[in-house]
Design a protein around this ligand. Structure first.
Ligand code: CDP
Length: 794
């Protein structure tokens, strides 16, 4: 249960209402679509109605004749400028505008720039495109069939739809563990294609000022600095002349990390017309063409002894990457961090193979509220544990408790090479069980099942599902990680003004997570300056230091580290100034929040505000202090941080209709030190709602012709308060030993951990039918069909 805010904490960590909400609740946020520039034109994109078709011809003459149209551009025009293709985040290429053929429904074919949005859209209908339809691969399982149509025939010598095979772990050791096992359980598990579906769609306003040569782009990006560098490299523009402004962002969830053709087209539009150009997607365009997530077809096998000691886990994945490989991942890991699939358990052997293929679907594979494929990994292991528990006829909580990594094993290195920083899993698990009243729930369930077995089949069936997740967040250490060659360290700059007020400039960028509050709280914690006296500047490459942006819950682990370190640099400098002011040696000073004082004489001290004024004033400054207290820092994290949590879902399933109601949801999260517990809880609430969406409602479905079947919120269902119970939250706090303030990321924990709890709960309710697995989404129709024709165990 969320505690009410009694009083906002003024200094340091604690509950306080978000400072940014003062503008959001008044409707005073500035989003990309709010940007209006004099003479601004509007861009609209013509998209392919086919999933796979040759472009025979394009006639733009009627559109060009439209009185309000300023430019019509096709792939052929871009080709002549060498701009028809762009690199993806995964070292593949993607068509900016199709030239030879279209490869997914909704692909960009041409664009129009017009005086207003309506005319631009009208003119799209005047463009005549002749297509020659080609056979379609809509099912990843057929992508490698002999004779399958080759989707990427633009790539020289490409004769199939294979992208990569990638392995992690030790196959021989894992095979040996399986050979020695009493029990082996296997399951085919699909994590369906879903979409981040932020409420704000993607868009850009691009303005090339021909007089100064400066290109300014207001854009919906989670990684403004990376976008700047990529525009410079790809388009050959001088980087110092590019300014990316990422204003208020209406949700990113991983979907606004990469560069979409629309962003590039807005830049082309301003270059071609010499005017500012705005491009803003509509909802359907966003769902159909921007990056999907998941789409992992997994075969899991788990091996154990008869008494439930897990010995090993194997996974084979067929990954559907769509028509271009635009998966978000650090360069070294083509399948992201999927090989963290060993989960929270201590066993010696694990192995995975991931095979990625092209299909005629939109590209993507983004880390939707997830640290690079960790959601798929957690879902896999947590489903496999439940499948094993069912086979052994063991309580799933008991099986987990028996196999957890123990507190004294941290730092713990997994069989696939990850080193978890800290944890105390049994305590977190038991806390969740206590909040849930686990034993009582099982008793209720036993009584209900006995009633059913005796023939009274009225009412719903209770299911209790557990998921225990460990995530790796905070990408990442430069020694292991880069994206397209850009290392993943983050920058922070801190200025302390003469009056003791401060400005923090960050390389990461909030999309609604409350950074303007929490990052100010970190400075406040380190320096004692009241949080409201600290302004956070972010999302503007001209005003902030370089860094790789916000996704994968990396802001707190990386930029949060940078913020603490830069504040400590200021504090160290303030110490020298305070020593000069107090005419003592700096070694004789001691710190308490907000001031340096003389050891043994606490009355003799100077506050940070007094020190800041002196540093800017006439005081003769000591060596090492040139003038003010300002400092900069680049933080290269030593490792990822590993938040974890125990989730328990209680559902009521009506076998007659297949309707699932989530009655209760208990979430005990451990993200180390909590900077602002209220914001942490908000992040968890949002992620849990996301989990209900994925588990029960959402899928990006396609027909055999590659037609998208969910291009509006009428078909692609977002969870609302009606589907969500009143969340029951708990916490444990196990600080990260290597993070400056002991904090781990949390933004995505709940999205990562919750789907498995809900699916496990539904399958638990259906145990009398011995259903061992069912794929998401567990819609009423899907749940109802699970029991049809199956004998009921009595
Ligand atoms: O990268 P992103 O901001 O999406 O994720 P995060 O680093 O997990 O942070 C989400 C929000 O929760 C931010 O406002 C954080 O500062 C806050 N947070 C916190 O207060 N305490 C933590 N231990 C972790 C995050």
């Amino acid at each position: 249960m969320t505690a009410p805010v009694e009083e906002d904490v003024k200094v340091g960590f604690g509950r306080m209402r978000r400072v940014e909400d003062a503008r959001f609740i008044r409707g005073r946020g500035t989003y990309v679509d709010d940007v209006q520039l004099p003479g601004m034109l509007h861009l609209a994109i013509l998209r392919s109605p086919y999933a796979h078709a040759k472009i025979v011809s394009i006639d733009t003459s009627a559109a060009e004749a439209h009185p309000k149209v300023k430019a019509v551009v096709t792939g052929a025009t871009l080709d002549s400028l060498g701009l028809a293709w762009m690199p993806t985040i995964s070292y593949d290429t993607q068509a900016v505008l199709a030239t030879d053929k279209v490869r997914f429904q909704g692909q960009e074919v041409a664009f129009v720039v017009a005086e207003d949005r309506y005319s631009a859209r009208d003119a799209l209908e005047l463009i005549e495109v002749e297509y020659e339809p080609l056979p379609v691969i809509a099912d990843a399982k057929t992508a490698l069939d002999p004779g399958a149509p080759v989707i990427r025939d633009d790539k020289e010598g490409k004769a199939d739809n294979h992208i990569y095979d990638w392995q992690a772990g030790d196959k021989d050791k894992t095979d040996a563990a399986f050979a020695a096992a009493d029990v082996v359980v296997s399951e085919e598990i699909l994590y369906p294609r879903v979409h981040p579906a932020p409420l704000e769609t993607c868009g850009s306003v691009a303005h090339l000022d021909k007089a100064t040569g400066k290109l300014t782009v207001w854009t919906t990006t989670q990684a403004p600095h990376a976008h700047r560098t990529l525009y410079a490299i790809v388009a050959g523009l001088p980087e110092q002349k590019i300014r990316i402004i990422s204003p208020d962002i209406g949700g990113g969830f991983g979907g606004k990390v990469g560069i979409y053709p629309g962003y590039v087209l807005a830049v082309v539009g301003t270059i071609v017309t010499g005017k500012p150009v705005k491009w803003m997607e509509d909802r359907s365009e966003n769902l159909v063409s921007t990056a999907f997530a998941r789409d992992y077809h997994m075969t899991g096998e788990i091996a154990a002894t008869a008494d439930g000691k897990i010995l090993g886990l194997k996974v084979n994945v067929l990954a559907d990457h769509g028509a271009f490989n635009g998966v978000a991942q650090p360069t070294k890991y083509p399948a992201g961090f999927f090989h963290i699939f060993t989960g929270s358990y201590d066993y010696g052997a694990a192995w995975c193979n991931v095979t990625a293929v092209y299909t005629n679907k939109a590209p993507g594979g983004v880390a939707y509220a997830c640290s690079f494929r960790i959601t798929e990994a957690v879902y896999l292991v947590e489903r496999m544990i439940d499948a094993l528990a069912a086979k052994l006829d063991m309580d799933p909580a008991e099986l987990r408790l028996r196999n957890f990594i123990q507190e004294d094993q941290f730092p713990y290195t997994t069989p696939t090479g990850w080193t978890y920083d800290s944890g105390n899993y049994p305590v977190t698990m038991r806390k969740a069980m206590e909040i849930a009243g686990y034993e009582k729930l099982r008793e209720e369930q036993r009584a209900q099942r006995e009633r059913w077995a005796a023939g009274d089949r009225s009412g719903t069936l209770t299911g209790v599902g557990i998921s225990f997740f460990t995530e790796g967040v905070g990408a990442g250490p430069r020694k292991h990680m880069d994206i397209l060659g850009l290392g993943m360290a983050d920058g922070a700059e801190l200025r302390v003004h003469p009056t003791g007020k401060a400005v923090l400039r960050l390389s990461c960028q909030s999309q609604g997570q409350g950074h303007e509050t929490t990052f100010a709280q970190i400075v406040s914690h380190e320096l004692g300056i009241p949080t409201l006296d600290i302004e956070v500047v972010h999302g503007d490459t001209d005003q902030t230091p370089f860094g790789l942006g916000t996704y994968g819950s990396r802001s707190t682990p990386v930029s949060g580290g940078a913020t603490a370190v830069v504040a400590r640099k200021v504090r160290d400098r303030a110490k020298l100034v305070a020593a000069a002011m107090l005419e003592v040696s700096h070694e004789d000073l001691e710190w308490e929040q907000g001031r340096w004082f003389v050891k043994g004489d606490p009355e003799q001290g100077k506050t940070i505000a007094e020190i800041a004024m002196a540093a800017h004033g006439a005081l003769e400054l000591p060596e090492g202090v040139e003038g003010h207290l300002d400092a900069t820092c680049v933080y290269n994290p030593p490792d990822l941080t590993y938040p974890f949590g125990a989730y328990i879902a209680v559902v009521d399933v009506d076998p007659g209709t297949g309707v699932v109601k989530v009655r209760r949801f208990i979430a005990v999260d451990d993200c180390g030190t909590r900077i602002n517990p209220m914001i942490v809880e908000g992040q968890i609430h949002g992620g849990l709602a996301d989990g209900i969406g994925m588990a029960l409602m959402q899928v990006m479905a396609f027909d055999t012709d590659g037609n998208h079947l969910g291009s509006s919120f009428m078909d692609y269902l977002l969870p609302t308060s009606l589907e969500c119970p009143s969340w029951e939250l708990g916490e444990t706090v196990t600080p990260s030993p290597h993070h400056p303030i002991g904090a781990k990321g949390v933004g995505e924990s709940a999205t990562v951990g919750s789907p498995a709890a809900i699916v496990n709960a539904v399958l638990d309710a259906l145990k009398p039918w011995d259903v061992t697995h069912a794929d998401m989404p567990l819609t009423p129709a899907n749940v109802w069909s699970l029991t049809q024709g199956r004998p009921l165990r009595t």
